[in-house]
Design a protein around this ligand. Sequence first.
Ligand SMILES: Cc1cc2nc3c(=O)[nH]c(=O)nc-3n(C[C@H](O)[C@H](O)[C@H](O)COP(=O)(O)O)c2cc1C
Length: 196
Amino acid sequence: MSKLAIVVASTRPGRIGPVVAQWVETEAKKQGGFTECELVDLAEVNLPFMNEPHHPRLARYTHQHTRDWSARISGADAFVFVMPEYNYGYNAELKNAIDYLHHEWHYKPVGLVSYGGVSAGTRAAQMIKQVVTTLKMTPVPEAVSLPFVHQFIDEGGSLVPTEIMTASAESMLTELVRVSDALRPLRAEPRSVPTS
Ligand SMILES: Cc1cc2nc3c(=O)[nH]c(=O)nc-3n(C[C@H](O)[C@H](O)[C@H](O)COP(=O)(O)O)c2cc1C
């Protein structure tokens, strides 16, 4: 059993994120390396700005929204972050969602599907690497980068991928499965949660 969580990072009305994420989900099911794929939409998760009094490494959560978020992230073995580029960086809602937790992210790989204008969200993707590695996550180099993302959306609002996009999604997902399997023994070790 291995579960992939595909995180929709953008939350604003009219966002393109869910359309991109649906395509990633289709590719993940086609690739077949994970037994389960779940879309995790940060707009639906609707976390407030981080409002826990204790450092997340203590796992002493005081709010139900944090306990729910913790359970959801704990249940995943690997992630794809479907992320826009905002002002040469990644969006604040994604950083907020990451900051809520600590152990839940450990020893899990993450694939980055970024999108934007000419940069294809690659500045945002580079920026998030220093954050996720701090949480013992492994970003796989096989990313998917979509330049001028709106060019791939048809009149019905679906994403129509090019061959290169499909090939890069396949490479990313294959590597995610490999790294997720390799890190499984570390995830299985009992968690040592500090008391202070
Ligand atoms: C606040 C904001 C800042 C943006 N900054 C960038 C940017 O720095 N680079 C870029 O390529 N696109 C930028 N864009 C364009 C977005 O990549 C594009 O609008 C994309 O659709 C945003 O993702 P979303 O629709 O899922 O929110 C920006 C968009 C917004 C709303």
